[in-house]
Design a protein around this ligand. Sequence first.
Ligand SMILES: [Zn+2]
Length: 384
Amino acid sequence: MTAYEYVKVLSVDIGPRPAGSDNNRRTAEFLRNELEIIGVDEVGTQEFALRPDFWNGTALLAITFTLAILFMLTFYPLFALILSVALPVLTVLEVDSGKEITMRFLPSKTGRNIIGKEKPSGESTKRIILCAHHDSKTQAIPIGVRSYIILLVLVSMLYLFVISLMTVLSVTVLPQAMEITNLVGRGMLLVVPFFFIYAILNYIARFVAQSPGADDDASAVSVILEVAKKLKEEPLSETEVWFLFTDGEEIAMKGAIEFVKTHHEILAESTVINIEGCGVEAPLAYSTKEMSLRTAETSERVIALFQRAARVAGEEAFPISRATTTDGYQFAKHGYDVSTIWRFSDEVREVAHTSKDNMNRIDSAALDNTVRFIDACLREFDGN
Ligand SMILES: [Zn+2]
């Protein structure tokens, strides 16, 4: 099979593959099987629990806390203050670090990371991990609009904290605070709708045409399978290569979190190349930082590697430094040397997670060039 044919199997024959779905399980089985057919030295599955309703869960959490805070303000302002601090803290812990606190009450399904390991011909002295997520996601609204809604939700959280604090102060040490509280209080009713909008949009997503996830991220998975074949034909001399297909990247990077958790020590000296959509005609780009709540810079070493590999592959690779909350972030957070590769344009951002991310967009030359680039990365890394 070619990379193009792999994308077709994943996005057309299997179709949308949201975490926890039957299609998702079928995808994991297909990938494991394919790595075995290619003859990769070691192939395994890492299973873990994930919550398909995660994003609806975060919305429910926000709504419950908001109503409780608004209710308690009148009678128990101190409790309102505690809850207004707890809400963002819980959200950060669950979304950023995968700690399941309120999420544990949501129904759970099995998530599957597929892991392949290919040994070098000689003694293995270094390791590189190629990572791509095999789950897909459908979203009712474009990513651009969604980031504004998230911003409004964050502002709402801050607002709930301020008004709770003012109320506590006004009944304890600072009676004047009551005037400010009253002033702020008028805007109070504005808070709730933001959380509701967020929740409703999350809910609607399941009724809109599902995204086949052709570029995001069947393209990268397919590129990695092709790279695995090339390594079989012509092995590296001292670099061990891992192929990691994560599940639940679209559910707050769940698969990557589980992988890092269980492979922490082995991975301390690994270099990670995380690959996102790379199957459309767009410039090849790499992240110079992995960023969410914390920021981690990509090392000069990896950037230099990309530049050398791009020359070998006859492409130009561009740095991008905008927020990239993908699997790469979870590795970066734990100190690994990581960068995320894309074929990136504004169109890519608009189409991601919609039904338009389908086979029609996929360009087989773009896929083949990405295979050449990643292969060059591995060989440059091996020889230096
Ligand atoms: Zn993705």
